[in-house]
Design a protein around this ligand. Structure first.
Ligand code: PAF
Length: 276
């Protein structure tokens, strides 16, 4: 696998692939790769001749310095995983390469804002769209693959592509889930043993309540909230049922998902679950 640290070194390679009429699949990541990321790479490999992954922990999308500094970094393991899976290239820029004029972000997308994570992490999505826009301009892939765990992020990136006229197809891919049904996440690698136990309880409680909601045996999330609080989850950002197309609150479950964001200790967990 070729590793590129500079966009100027990457560009001639990408041009020669495009000149051959081949398609480029891009998977953007912040590293600490798990099976969720690898499933995005596999999906990209199915539909593109050339697959490139990027690893860049983007400072402008973090709400505080501590969270940014403590984000898990496992670059050697990540490179081995990418080599094993047969990824063609890794783009591994440093901060200076991506933000040569200093850290800055701008608001590009106005839809799907002021709700869900945007309400609790102001500016986060401006950091995400700023960096994704930069990557799209540098790499100009044919297709780019994003996991549904970050559902609001996918919606906002789909809008970004329209607003900035990127000729890129955004492919939304289902989460890879653990045994209790929770989506895999890089942040989960930071759990202590006790926190892992709480996470398992959380997964089982959610699964139980999703089944009750689907069978119309309950029609609200009050009991689930109580059970979270009884199980050491003391900070819940949101627990809401929204339509998966427009992200509006709904009581009609035919196109709805349960969206959650909560904390185990200092670790923030977000996930969403189909209700149909
Ligand atoms: O989903 C992520 O890991 C990040 O938000 C992304 C898309 C790589 C942008 O930094």
């Amino acid at each position: 696998m070729k590793i590129f640290k500079k966009a100027s070194e990457l560009e001639p390679n990408l041009v020669s692939i495009k000149d051959k009429g081949q398609s480029i699949g891009l998977v953007l990541t912040m590293g600490n790769l798990h099976d969720g990321h690898l499933s995005l790479i596999r999906e990209a490999q199915l539909h593109n001749e050339f697959v490139i992954c990027s690893i860049f922990i983007n400072p402008t999308q973090f709400n505080n310095e501590n969270d940014f500094n403590s984000y898990p970094k496992t670059i050697d393991e990540d490179i081995s995983k990418l080599e094993n899976i047969g990824c063609n290239a890794l783009f591994l820029p440093d901060i200076q390469e991506i933000y040569p004029k200093g850290l800055a972000k701008k608001k590009i997308v106005n839809n799907f804002r002021n709700i869900l994570c945007d309400k609790f992490r102001p500016g986060h999505f401006d950091g995400v769209t700023t960096v994704v826009d930069l990557f799209f301009n540098m790499i100009k892939p044919t297709n780019s693959y994003f996991g549904e765990k970050d559902f609001q992020q996918v919606k906002i990136i789909q809008d970004l592509v329209k607003i900035n006229h990127h000729n890129i197809k955004i492919i939304q891919c289902p989460s890879v889930r653990d045994k209790t049904g929770m989506s895999l996440s890089s942040r989960n690698s930071k759990f202590s043993n006790d926190q892992l136990k709480i996470f398992d309880v959380l997964g089982n409680k959610i699964k139980e309540h999703i089944n009750l909601l689907k069978q119309n045996e309950i029609n609200n999330l009050d009991q689930l909230k109580i059970e979270f609080l009884q199980n050491n989850i003391n900070k819940i950002d949101y627990l809401e049922i929204r339509n998966e197309n427009n992200l509006e609150i709904t009581k009609n479950y035919s196109e709805a998902r349960l969206f959650i964001a909560l904390y185990i200790g200092e670790i923030r967990i977000i996930d969403n679950f189909k209700l149909y």
